[in-house]
Design a protein around this ligand. Structure first.
Ligand code: SAM
Length: 254
């Protein structure tokens, strides 16, 4: 008897091919895709998060990353792909609320660039932990808000890749970014696809400099850091606030 090939199945998610050929998913619960289908899942992950973040930390031998949230794991896996053969040590912490999604990931159709990481995907899907000589990944099943409030780990890189401020506002509030800012080392970098002014105000309110990240083949994104020496176009958030006095950062409910 021929065994059926397992496929990614969940009542809450549908696998969708994005424009760079890699698959992403659509969330029924959030009515949103996990990645921009136009930028492409792998392309978005590499261009908006992984490549600028690794360029920023290129002289470090060890990198500690906060990947919010794990989802399909593209940012974590694209980081391993980009670091392959570099000999660098990387430690990644990634909160994710959806346990059913995590357990179904071993059946997700990943791009060929992630083929070398089948053992990583299996370990994270089944045990939420993977370690090898240079890599340690902890997938934290639970609320990212609690993780950022409680952890004592300090990070070099933060991938801020939650669902949009409209559909998941609690992961974009000023109070949330206060906790994130506390966890960032002085030279750390934060990457996010959001260019929304409320997000940028929330970053600015918490002592982060905000930069426009634009380039070929992807829609503009945001980079933020405590240091002021990044080679990106700095966003004058104060000026934008003066021009748009009705816009404020999102706030936690009382
Ligand atoms: C846009 S997706 C993340 C995409 C991911 N970076 C990737 O590359 O596939 C957002 C994820 O946030 C998760 N999520 C939503 N609220 C959360 C929370 N409070 N804590 C942790 N994860 C959360 C969702 O289940 C979803 O998997």
């Amino acid at each position: 008897m021929q065994l059926k090939t397992p496929t990614f199945k969940s009542a809450q998610h549908q696998e969708i091919r994005s424009d760079d050929g890699s698959f992403t998913a659509y969330s029924v619960e959030y009515d949103e895709h996990y990645h921009s289908t136009k930028d492409g899942a792998l392309n978005e992950s590499l261009c908006k998060h992984v490549l600028p973040a690794l360029a920023h930390t290129h002289d470090q031998e060890e990198i500690v990353i906060l990947d919010i949230c794990f989802g399909l794991g593209f940012n974590t896996l694209a980081t391993l792909h980009a670091l392959k053969g570099s000999g660098k040590k990387v430690r990644i912490y990634s909160p994710e609320l959806d346990e059913e999604l995590v357990r179904s990931l071993e059946n997700f159709v990943y791009p060929k660039e992630f083929e070398a990481f089948k053992a990583v995907i299996l370990a994270l899907s089944r045990e939420q932990y993977y370690a090898s000589e240079n890599v340690e990944i902890t997938l934290v099943l639970g609320d990212a808000r609690e993780f950022v409030r409680d952890t004592k780990v300090k990070f070099d890189i933060v991938y801020q890749d939650a669902f949009s401020p409209k559909s998941n506002p609690l992961l974009w509030t000023s109070e949330y970014f206060k906790d994130i800012s506390t966890l960032m080392k002085p030279d750390a970098i934060l990457t996010t696809y959001s260019i929304a002014l409320p997000t940028r105000i929330a970053l600015h309110e918490n002592g982060l400099n905000v930069y426009l990240h634009k380039g070929e083949g992807f829609r503009s994104a945001t980079i933020a850091s405590k240091s002021v020496s990044l080679e990106y176009e700095k966003v004058d958030v104060e000026h934008k606030m003066r021009c748009n006095p009705e816009v404020t950062s999102l706030k936690d409910p009382q």
